[in-house]
Unconditional design. Structure first.
Length: 112
């Protein structure tokens, strides 16, 4: 059986490594990007089963990345962000995110 492929778009190297390790340990194939532009390219070329998306990226706002993803496919997107205000969560969900996890978080939240 093929492993589920998860794309992580996250500019924080510590979080990226932590989440990647947890996912690989649990049997997932992990793709990663530290920028929005690169993340969109990987998304289009690799067709992941799920995307974990940070909103505070260095080149594009995560909402813009989310919008570009939604223009292409309905791949599930879970936003993982330090933006914890209700308005940020509602905006991300309105733009097509399937779920929203606020930093800091436990890896169990993401794996669930």
């Amino acid at each position: 059986m093929a492993k589920h492929k998860i794309l992580i778009i996250e500019d924080d190297k510590v979080i990226l490594k932590f989440v990647s390790l947890a996912l690989v340990t649990n049997g997932y194939e992990v793709l990663s990007s530290e920028s929005g532009i690169s993340g969109i390219g990987i998304f289009l070329s690799q067709n992941p089963d799920l995307i974990l998306l940070d909103l505070g990226l260095p080149d594009l706002d995560g909402m813009e990345v989310l919008q570009q993803i939604r223009e292409q496919k309905t791949t599930p997107v879970i936003v993982i962000s330090a933006r914890g205000r209700e308005t940020d969560k509602v905006l991300a969900l309105d733009h097509g995110a399937n779920d929203y996890v606020t930093k800091p978080f436990n890896v169990g939240e993401v794996l669930a």
